[in-house]
Design a protein around this ligand. Sequence first.
Ligand code: NAP
Length: 273
Amino acid sequence: MSVPQTTFHDGKSIPQLGFGVWQVENEQATPAVAKALEVGYRHIDTAAIYGNEEGVGKAIAESGIARDELFITTKLWNDAHKAADARQAIETSLEKLGLDHVDLYLIHWPATVKYGDAYIEAWNAMQEFKAEGLATSIGVSNFHEMHLARLEGETPVIDQVELHPTFQQQELRRVLDDRDIVTEAWSPLGQNKDLGHEVISRIAAEHGVTPAQVIIRWHLQLGNVVIPKSVTPERIASNFDVFGFELTGDQMAAIAGVDEGNRLGGNPETADF
Ligand SMILES: NC(=O)c1ccc[n+]([C@@H]2O[C@H](COP(=O)([O-])OP(=O)(O)OC[C@H]3O[C@@H](n4cnc5c(N)ncnc54)[C@H](OP(=O)(O)O)[C@@H]3O)[C@@H](O)[C@H]2O)c1
């Protein structure tokens, strides 16, 4: 079954299920992405700071898959928010990926503690990159309402934020819905820590599927774009095999009840990197 597409307010669309490569070494990224493409993923999520854009690009080039069938995201790191630095950053990312454009370019963090309001300058630069065709769509990551409110010009198409069963971001999801910004979930499995939750295990047993498949299904049914990471070939395949079952309303409600405000990564308002 093909992956559903989520439509952005700019008219473009993104495969709702993608493949994340944070904490994947450059050399490891090539076989991991190759496996992902082989099992059917067409959406890959990387970032300049992950240090693996070359490895990702190599897998893309070797796959022989037509460019217009792929959806590639990368991200602008915090130290490059000034316009000239941002331009250098996207050019370097494109060169490493071996691409002439990305489908989605994100500001990785607002990074206000270290760089003040430079992210506003970065957003203006991103709009130029879009106009020039270097990025088809532009968005943000780790932005709260206070950061979104200060952007000028276009509205980001997506906000990629930490989101998993024990950290559900209900308030931020409402803010994004109200602004027609798609919610994308990072660390969607809770970096594997949510997989052992008893509610998840029970539902997995009810369907005869893995806990990871339950969580990915939950994201899809909530309407999130979701980008699980794995370097394990069987997991890369099984995480994609989530279109043969559906969670019931009761099961969705049970998972809604496991939220514990369990943030694993940085808080965008206080992160000092
Ligand atoms: N924008 C941001 O600031 C930001 C921050 C963090 C992440 N992200 C993005 O989100 C992606 C996903 O998040 P994440 O990498 O932090 O964590 P995640 O996808 O929630 O979890 C990955 C972990 O779960 C394990 N795993 C994956 N599938 C599994 C399965 N079926 N059964 C058991 N364990 C499984 C992986 O192990 P193995 O790899 O060993 O199989 C890995 O340890 C990243 O790769 C990145 O693209 C973005």
